[in-house]
Design a protein around this ligand. Structure first.
Ligand code: SF4
Length: 265
């Protein structure tokens, strides 16, 4: 008999992970299995994220880092991260450490040269949140990458992304992650402000691009998100973990052997 399902919280990424492939979610979050490999894209994305956070930390105290500052910081962090995970990292076909290092530097140079002077003030970086929704007895948790404020006291919640393509209007307007961040902002101190949401996206095209996408959420959007989260919670607690073996995630999945074994048994 399987052990009872225990889960302490949900987050935007764990909810999306369940929706993208229930079986992968089970291996990672319920069974807590060690990943068989670490996708290079994960280390790459985490390191880019860290350097962007550093850039905005300096911006919040009135300093602007140069292209040279951010590319040198990226090289150092990326090299260290690789050394720590030596032997476990899985590259996509045609990529290696040197090519991804160059790609990271080029993306960050684009970020620094194209990030606009918006006049918005950084009032929070890596801001943790937690809130409850009806029908789900565990908290919804997460971390907002950046919170900005305009001169009128309006709040902008920002999430940093790297992507291989520009976002569509559906990617932005229907993002469950941004809806959750909007709900979290209301429940975590900004309930009396106008809240805008934004993806800041570095696009990994041949010539990298930096794009900002603003959006807002209505009460109806929040209600839809709530229903979806309730259904995800019920699915998890009832042990419904359906493999999505036509998912874009399969190629870089860190549980491919576990998945083959699951299908075979
Ligand atoms: S290989 Fe595909 S179907 Fe199998 S667990 Fe991973 S993402 Fe899911």
């Amino acid at each position: 008999m399987e052990n009872p399902i225990e889960i302490g919280h949900l987050s935007a990424s764990s909810i999306n992970s369940y929706l993208d492939c229930g079986l992968q979610f089970k291996f990672a979050k319920i069974d807590k299995r060690e990943p068989e490999a670490i996708a290079e894209a994960l280390i790459f994305g985490t390191t880019i994220h860290k350097i962007i956070e550093l850039y905005h930390h300096e911006r919040s105290i009135g300093t602007r880092l140069s292209v040279m500052d951010v590319t040198a910081a990226f090289e150092k962090c990326y090299t260290e991260a690789f050394e720590q995970q030596a032997g476990k990292i899985q590259f996509k076909e045609g990529k290696d450490f040197d090519s991804t290092l160059l790609e990271g530097k080029s993306l960050l140079a684009t970020y620094v040269t194209q990030f606009p002077e918006t006049g918005l003030k950084v009032i929070g970086l890596e801001k943790a949140f937690s809130f409850q929704i009806e029908g789900v007895p565990i908290p919804i948790v997460g971390v907002m990458d950046m919170v900005e404020e305009d001169a009128g006291g309006n709040i902008v919640i920002v999430d940093h992304k790297t992507s291989s393509r520009s976002y569509s209007s559906d990617d932005i307007d229907k993002s469950l992650q941004l809806t959750i961040y909007g709900m979290a902002a209301k429940a975590n101190g900004y309930g009396d402000r106008e809240i805008m949401l934004r993806f800041d996206c570095l696009v990994k095209t041949k010539k990298p691009k930096f794009e900002q996408y603003y959006t807002v959420r209505t009460e109806e959007d929040e209600l839809r998100a709530m229903k979806k989260i309730q259904a995800v919670y019920r699915g998890i607690m009832q042990g419904v973990f359906i493999p999505n073996d036509t998912s874009w995630k399969c190629k870089g999945c860190s549980y491919q052997q576990c998945c083959r074994d699951w299908f075979a048994n």
